[in-house]
Design a protein around this ligand. Structure first.
Ligand code: NAP
Length: 244
């Protein structure tokens, strides 16, 4: 399937590593002008070396004032990949309010204001847009030690649906991808232990974790006109895990 994003401006958060980084590079290959947002300057430096057209923005998205200031110069956005997240894993009885604050401010509180700013711009320009939230299989299935992660991703899925409902009339589509484990830095935090990894893959009908490219391809599809009538879905990229 040929997908072109020529003439479109895409913004990807959490763009320094893993799924976000690969999404930036794929979008640029498909002709988009891409703004890459992440908090480690060295990652942005290497990204620009790899793809000189990428516009780097270095900001910690959990620092709201800095984020607002950084967004001022970004310009109109047609395509948004809301991808940045962290995994703070611990047993439920050991979760601290601070850990919940860190995860929920990135995924929810600041995340919502960030999405609002981009969606307001899309609405004001009247040309529609497409937003993909990067969620997880953990939004719909309980995983041990993942209570904060599961709770925030579950909230993100409902945010995806309510945004789709309210922004649809402006031709702004909002969907999510919900991957199973991908062995990025974040994935390794929870699943490097061979015993845990085996227990998880044995619950995935395809018998394996997802690759970064599996997730990127679904993101590109949801951003593109190939999914023009798809709005408000939470698309598993999980080898069938959530079907069982
Ligand atoms: P990753 O390789 O760890 O990359 C995450 C990126 O987000 C990094 O560049 C990180 O920057 C950036 N980031 C984190 N917090 C940030 C902040 N406060 N401000 C700005 N940038 C920030 O993770 P990934 O596996 O690609 O995860 C991407 C998305 O996929 C996440 O939403 C995650 O929940 C979701 N997901 C991942 C898996 C998996 O198994 N990997 C499965 C399902 C869903 P630093 O490195 O500088 O912190």
């Amino acid at each position: 399937m040929e997908i072109s994003f020529a003439g479109k401006h895409a913004l990807v958060t959490g763009a320094g590593k893993g799924i976000g980084r690969a999404t930036v590079l794929a979008l640029a290959r498909c002709g988009a002008e891409v703004t890459a947002v992440t908090r480690t300057q060295a990652d942005l430096n290497s990204l620009v070396l790899e793809c000189s057209s990428v516009r780097p923005v270095c900001v910690d998205l959990s620092d709201w004032e800095a984020t607002e200031a950084a967004l001022k110069d970004v310009g109109p956005v047609d395509l948004l990949v809301n991808n940045a997240a962290c995994a703070l894993l611990q047993p439920f009885l050991e979760v601290t309010p601070e850990q919940f604050d860190i995860a929920s401010s990135l995924l929810m509180a600041n995340g919502i204001v960030f999405l609002q700013i981009v969606a307001r711009g899309m609405k004001a320009r009247g040309g529609g847009g497409s937003i993909v939230n990067v969620s997880s299989q953990a939004s719909q299935c309980a995983l041990r030690d993942h209570s904060v992660y599961c709770a925030t991703k579950g909230a993100l899925d409902m945010l995806t649906k309510t945004m789709a409902l309210e922004l649809g009339p402006y031709q702004i589509r909002v969907n999510s991808v919900n991957p199973t484990v991908v062995m990025t830095d974040l994935g390794r935090i929870g699943w490097s232990d061979p015993g845990k990894a085996k227990a998880m893959t044995s619950r995935i009908p395809l018998g394996k974790f997802a690759e970064v490219e599996d997730v990127v391809n679904s993101i590109l599809f949801l951003l593109s006109d190939k999914s023009a009538m798809t709005n408000g879905v939470t698309l598993p990229v999980d080898g069938g895990f959530l079907a069982c």
